[in-house]
Design a protein around this ligand. Structure first.
Ligand SMILES: CC(C)(COP(=O)(O)OP(=O)(O)OC[C@H]1O[C@@H](n2cnc3c(N)ncnc32)[C@H](O)[C@@H]1OP(=O)(O)O)[C@@H](O)C(=O)NCCC(=O)NCCS
Length: 181
């Protein structure tokens, strides 16, 4: 459940300008937690190109992407990346919330929304990695039933360096998988 006044919906090409505006507003806020970005990333054209690529990944089944809205303003996003079926049936979370909208349960609501989507689509597991000092993100994951299962040294190239990450997972169900045939 998102807090009152907020909505979540799937990413669309028509969101490019609002998303670029959100990235411009949150450039300093997000810099420590994201890969380095080219200047073009913060433009409407740059986000149009990025979304075209992301929607192709959605069509091929490896990605789902949602935006968080307050009225028509984009105030966050959540992705389920690297969706894998077979006997793994897993996806990896990535998310952020606008600096002016923190601490209201938006990230928790978004993560729960994605977990429910993943469960409904037959996934078994959702995982997430956070840098060891990202306490806010770790609290979000703990509140959503994720458990830590290890530390991955040099896991992601974030803010200009290969950063260690604490790994978390949530198992969505324990029903057996029909692997016969
Ligand atoms: C992590 C992030 C998404 C949280 O968004 P949010 O909407 O504020 O999250 P919520 O309101 O659902 O919950 C935030 C939790 O973190 C806690 N928190 C917030 N700032 C904190 C801080 N500096 N230190 C410790 N805890 C903090 C809040 O108290 C809350 O925990 P609680 O519910 O147990 O009290 C947001 O801070 C963000 O966008 N950070 C930058 C990008 C990022 O780190 N993305 C995740 C990468 S893994």
């Amino acid at each position: 459940m998102l807090p009152e006044g907020y909505a979540i919906r799937e990413l669309a090409l028509t969101d490019a300008a609002a998303l670029a505006e959100a990235y411009r507003r949150n450039r300093t806020h997000l810099a420590p937690w994201e890969p380095a970005r080219r200047e073009s990333f913060f433009t409407d054209q740059g986000q149009t190109a990025a979304i075209v690529g992301q929607l192709a990944a959605v069509r091929s089944g490896i990605l789902r992407a949602w935006l968080l809205f307050h009225d028509d303003t984009v105030v966050g996003r959540v992705n389920l990346n690297n969706i894998v079926l077979g006997v793994l049936r897993s996806g990896s979370l990535g998310y952020w919330v606008d600096a002016e909208h923190l601490g209201r349960g938006l990230a928790r609501g978004a993560v729960e929304h994605v977990c429910q989507w993943a469960l409904a689509r037959g996934l078994h597991r959702v995982d997430a990695g956070t840098m060891p000092h990202n306490t806010a993100s770790q609290r979000v994951l703990a509140a959503c039933g994720f458990e830590p299962y290890g530390l991955a040294p040099g896991f992601l190239f974030i803010d200009g360096a290969w950063q260690d990450h604490r790994l978390y997972q949530r198992l969505l169900h324990d029903r057996p998988l029909d692997t016969a045939g």
